[in-house]
Write a protein that binds this ligand. Structure first.
Ligand code: URA
Length: 433
């Protein structure tokens, strides 16, 4: 087989066989197929797409390029994945609800990159919390507590790691089969029998339109089903930040408030987190989705999910006294941003707000950066609010006062003020089951 023939075939819109896809992935992972041929191949996929069968096959070859986790010794294993956004702390709320409902949540999570945060960074903002557990510790904790969240092992889908880095610099990220196979290769390798996806669209999301988010969600659901997993997906809005607190420690603080019974006015975080947990319960126990959602709601309302959260944090070494006594670390510098004018805030450039949080130090511009865990933004308006000139819109936090000016400029540029009110657009557009 020759790589040039595979590129030519894909360039003409023809489908590749399993042997051809295996040849590409094995050869590329071993370094025998050069980056220039792999980039030409990815570009051909961007233009010509892939069939569902090719996408499922590509996913499998990437999944098998590294370690796979066998969770079959645990009952009702369930995982969730969000395509990422701003203030998206759903895992911190959804995972303890699901565990309190009897699921085994054995989760590998990523670190944040660019304007989107990562669950591992958020958890590490809790003093003492360990995101690196041995395999024995991980399995024992899931068996005992029902939930453990660790960083991805170095050898999880290495073919995807190499290919994703290449796609990032060759403008070939935005192809639905390439994204679906990339995400699903890691999710399948992590081993859960039920997987619920939260595919976001909008100004703070990777997919900008609902149509593209739905296509991606359907592609990922098909891939998961082709590999025998129980799958569901929600298509949800990231037109506004999902929660009013953005940044690692700030998002843990927000999660704790929600677990204690609060619901930030106008923001979608509580609704989406409960729906995701409901979908996980319904997939795993064969309930209808309304019953799954009702159970999730009850687990949150009764305080069982909060107790499970504390048990989980304690099990992974986190100091729960800082949570119970509201003593999470705070950034030493802050600034209040006042509204430059009056109007209705009917839309935000949500990616811009995420970038403002990054400028404060909360995120990573490159994989090597170390985020300032206390940095971030607390919004004091809700989506679609009317604000007056001079009214506080947000507080910016950082450990470095020199970062406040640029972050403030970026933050204010991300807001649009309208002359009249608007109808809120739907938060959860669709469920794919
Ligand atoms: N996230 C991934 O893991 N892979 C992609 O291709 C895009 C987003």
């Amino acid at each position: 087989m020759r790589m040039i023939d595979l590129i030519r075939k894909k360039k003409r819109g023809l489908s590749l066989t399993e042997e051809e896809i295996a040849y590409f992935i094995d050869g590329y992972t071993r370094g025998e197929i050069p980056d220039y041929q792999a980039s030409a191949f990815c570009m051909a996929v961007c233009f010509c797409g892939m069939t569902d069968e090719e996408c499922a096959c590509l996913t499998e070859k990437m999944m098998r390029s590294g370690d796979t986790v066998d969770l079959s010794s645990l009952a009702h294993t369930a995982d969730k994945h969000s395509t990422g956004g701003v203030g998206d702390l759903t895992s911190l709320v959804t995972a303890p609800i699901a565990a309190a409902g009897g699921l085994s949540v054995a989760k590998m999570s990523g670190r944040g990159l660019g304007h989107t945060g990562g669950t591992v960074d958020k958890l590490e903002s809790i003093p003492g919390f360990r995101t690196a557990l041995t395999e024995e510790e991980f399995f024992a904790q899931v068996g005992r507590v029902g939930v453990a969240v660790v960083g991805q092992t170095a050898n999880l889908a290495p073919a995807d790691k190499k290919l994703y880095a290449l796609r990032d610099v060759t403008d070939t990220v935005e192809s639905i089969p390439l994204i679906a196979s990339s995400i699903m290769s890691k999710k399948l390798a992590a081993g859960a029998e039920s997987i619920v996806l939260d595919v976001k669209f909008g100004s703070g999301a990777f997919m900008k339109t609902p149509e593209d988010a739905e296509k991606l969600a359907s592609a990922m659901v098909s891939v998961g089903r082709a590999h025998g997993r129980k799958m569901a997906a929600l298509v949800t809005s990231m037109e506004f930040p999902l929660a009013p607190q953005i940044g690692n420690t700030l998002e843990v603080e927000e999660a704790v408030r929600i677990l204690r019974g609060e619901d930030p006015r106008g923001y979608g975080i509580r609704t989406v987190a409960v729906r995701l947990a409901g979908e996980m319960l319904s997939l795993s126990f064969g309930l209808d989705p309304e019953e799954g959602a009702a159970r999730a709601e009850e687990l949150l309302r009764s305080g069982k999910a909060y107790q499970k959260f504390l048990e989980w944090i304690r099990a992974q070494g986190g100091d729960v006294s800082v949570i119970e006594e509201d003593r999470l670390p705070k950034a030493p510098y802050s600034r209040t941003v006042l509204s430059p004018r009056a109007g209705w805030i009917n839309r935000t450039d949500t990616e811009g707000i995420g970038m403002a949080a990054c400028l404060l130090g909360a995120g990573r511009m490159t994989k090597e950066d170390n985020p300032d865990l206390t940095a971030g933004i607390v919004l004091s308006f809700a989506p679609y609010d009317r604000v007056e000139k001079g009214q506080p819109l947000a507080a910016l936090y950082s450990s470095d006062p020199a970062r406040l000016d640029d972050a403030e400029a970026r933050f204010t540029d991300s807001l649009t003020f309208s002359e009249s009110p608007a109808e809120p657009s739907p938060l959860i557009l669709k469920a794919i089951r």
